[in-house]
Design a protein around this ligand. Structure first.
Ligand SMILES: [Zn+2]
Length: 59
């Protein structure tokens, strides 16, 4: 289920626990996870976690 994580301030996909800025992306992620039992790289890369890692790599 996609819920709004108040502590984090973003939507979370409860299957893979990644956060997304939009509910639409989080739902997309969850739908994929459910169907394929894995993560969609194209979607996961847009998660807040992936974005912050990307920023960290630049430094
Ligand atoms: Zn997910």
């Amino acid at each position: 289920m996609v819920v709004f994580d108040n502590k984090f301030g973003a939507y979370i996909c409860e299957r893979c626990l990644l956060h997304y800025e939009s509910e639409e992306l989080a739902k997309k992620c969850e739908a994929w996870d459910k169907e394929h039992n894995s993560c969609n790289m194209v979607v996961a890369r847009q998660s807040i976690e992936a974005k912050s890692r990307k920023e960290a790599l630049k430094q």
